[in-house]
Design a protein. Structure first.
Length: 191
């Protein structure tokens, strides 16, 4: 049997104690764009089961702070992290503990229907919501990383990022399954 990237990252995550293989996607993003620094305050949207949060906590160290939000509860317990089980569409602005943040991450994905058009439209809606939040809770000079299902909405999301950030990057990590339509759109340095 040939090399299977799914098994590779799945087993690597188990060996290295990460809650999901997604951890390696964030590591690739971090290696290329350096979006998180020691002592940063980070907002992790769609954080369950918690592998991105694990990577973030390693990077920010004890003096940083992480707020994670997901529909599903997260079981990680760390002194400088707080996790809230809620829908980002109904989450109130004054509840963003630790805001403003140096970096906002969103690995949120809609429940897929298998209908590409619908899934892309919902993914775009999530991204536009995150961009709206970045206006309020992201520091000037801060970074934004969001998962997006490629398709119809990519243009709108990209143009909204370009308006607000010095640079827009699009990145497909190696750890992403090759059949997946997901990419990460990254806003570097909020204006
Ligand atoms: C691919 S998983 C995230 C994996 C996570 N980054 C990790 O490394 O463990 C996508 C998550 O987005 C969450 N999600 C989707 N829509 C959401 C919403 N409206 N509000 C909050 N979380 C949402 C889902 O519950 C799901 O846990």
């Amino acid at each position: 049997m040939g090399f299977n990237p799914k098994d590779h990252y799945f087993h690597k995550a188990k060996e290295e104690g990460y809650l999901a293989r997604s951890a390696y996607k964030l590591k690739e993003i971090q290696n290329k764009y350096r979006v998180i620094k020691k002592s940063d305050k980070v907002l992790d949207l769609g954080c369950a089961p918690g592998s991105w949060s694990q990577v973030v906590l390693e990077l920010i160290g004890n003096n940083g702070f992480l707020l994670g939000i997901d529909l599903t509860p997260v079981t990680l317990i760390k002194p400088n992290a707080k996790f809230i089980a809620q829908d980002i569409f109904t989450f109130e602005h004054d509840k963003f503990e630790g805001a403003p943040y140096n970096c906002i991450l969103s690995d949120m994905a809609p429940k897929t229907t298998g209908i590409a058009f619908t899934d892309q439209a919902r993914s775009e809606e999530l991204c536009l919501k995150v961009i709206e939040l970045s206006d309020v809770v992201l520091l000037k000079g801060g970074f934004l990383v969001m998962k997006l299902f490629e398709g119809g909405g990519a243009g709108k999301v990209a143009s909204e990022i370009k308006k607000r950030f010095e640079k827009l990057e699009r990145f497909k990590p190696q750890a992403t399954r090759s059949i997946s339509k997901e990419i990460y759109v990254i806003g570097l340095r909020k204006r």
